[in-house]
Ligand binder design. Structure first.
Ligand code: UDP
Ligand code: MG
Length: 327
């Protein structure tokens, strides 16, 4: 861990990765608050904004940003790839001794960064921010989020995916490098972050409501996100299908024996058309469900074997520090 402890000579370089998709209403406020925080820390900084194919003026605004504590880099993705991939693009282009990933909408308070850095300086490789509250979110959103974390933890087994933890975190260089080595298309980042291991520490914070603009999430997207999480980190649904099949097959077999015995003992029974239909439709449903589960995994394998690059860059702009650090 020696190479990542702050050196006596130069202050450590902290990279900050900010994915941004249609965030023109907040980006300036965000940048200002981030600057205020960085100015109070004895570090050099490198801010990497990733414009995830925004359709508004986000890119133009990002390109106008500078920082006195270091460079501001703007990676422009060729289209909207989604937050998970935008973050990965940012992580790929960092050189800091430690890397912080933070949302642009000020839901992750930049003021927490010094605390994350403290954790890193104590020797932790991953310091993640855990929400103590979710202000401005509906009871339904809170309940579904809770259910999601419980389920994923049960299914993911050995990989510990911390609860109420988003992507807001600090990672040491070696943890960052480990994460960027994972090149799967289906990127359930919370899971990937957890998968790499290394000493981890949690810092609690209050998650603020969005500063401006709207969330890009809706329940359908969240549902798909949960499916992504479960299928990326667990094959339990495949096993469930096996057990379910086994259970129905055993029951059908027992039922078959019962019918034969009944026919032998009591003679030809009255044909039971309704029960026959019920049984056929039930089994048909079970089969379709099972095939669906198989399909989920097969589809993901299909996407992985194509080995496409995760993203394409349309631009890469770097603004040097506007003034030398005064000390
Ligand atoms: N984001 C992105 N690409 C997307 C959607 C979102 O880069 O396709 C960014 C967005 O600009 C923000 C962060 O990811 O910085 C979190 O997005 P959002 O606030 O919509 O998600 P929530 O906070 O509701 O989970
Ligand atoms: Mg948000």
């Amino acid at each position: 861990m020696d190479e990542q402890s702050p050196q006596q000579t130069a202050p450590p370089l902290l990279s900050i990765v900010v994915p941004a998709y249609n965030e023109m209403e907040v980006i300036e406020a965000f940048h200002q608050r981030l600057q205020d925080v960085l100015a109070g820390m004895s570090i050099r900084s490198e801010i990497v904004y990733v414009n995830d194919g925004s359709t508004d003026d986000t890119l133009t605004m990002l390109r106008g940003l500078t920082s006195p504590t270091g460079t501001v880099r703007v990676l422009d993705l060729s289209r909207n790839f989604g937050k998970e991939i935008a973050m990965t693009a940012g992580l790929d282009h960092t050189g800091g001794d430690a890397v912080v990933v933070i949302d642009a909408d000020l839901q992750d308070p930049p003021e927490l960064i010094p605390e994350l850095v403290d954790g890193w300086q104590q020797g932790y490789d991953v310091v993640y921010a855990t929400r103590a509250s979710r202000d401005g979110e509906t009871a339904l959103k809170k309940a579904t989020a809770k259910l999601f974390y419980r389920t994923i933890q049960k299914l993911a087994g050995k990989v510990h995916i911390p609860e109420d933890t988003g992507d807001f975190r600090l990672m040491s260089r070696r943890a960052t490098e480990a994460v960027t080595q994972l090149r799967e298309q289906h990127r359930f980042m919370k899971g990937l972050f957890a998968w790499v291991g290394f000493p981890q520490k949690s810092v609690r914070y209050r998650r603020d409501p969005r500063y401006a603009g709207t969330t890009k999430w809706n329940y359908w997207k969240l549902w798909n996100f949960s499916l992504e999480g479960i299928t990326s980190f667990s094959t339990a649904p495949l096993r469930l299908a096996t057990y379910f099949g086994f259970a129905t097959a055993s029951l059908s077999f027992a039922y078959g024996l019962f019918i034969i015995a009944k026919t032998l003992l009591l003679g030809e029974p009255v044909p039971g058309f309704p029960s026959l239909i019920a049984l056929i439709t039930f089994l048909g449903g079970v089969q379709l469900l099972t095939i669906g589960v198989l399909g989920e995994y097969l589809g993901r394998m299909f996407n992985e074997v194509k080995h496409r690059p995760l993203y394409l860059l349309a631009g890469d702009y770097i603004a040097e520090a506007v003034q030398p650090r005064s000390e």
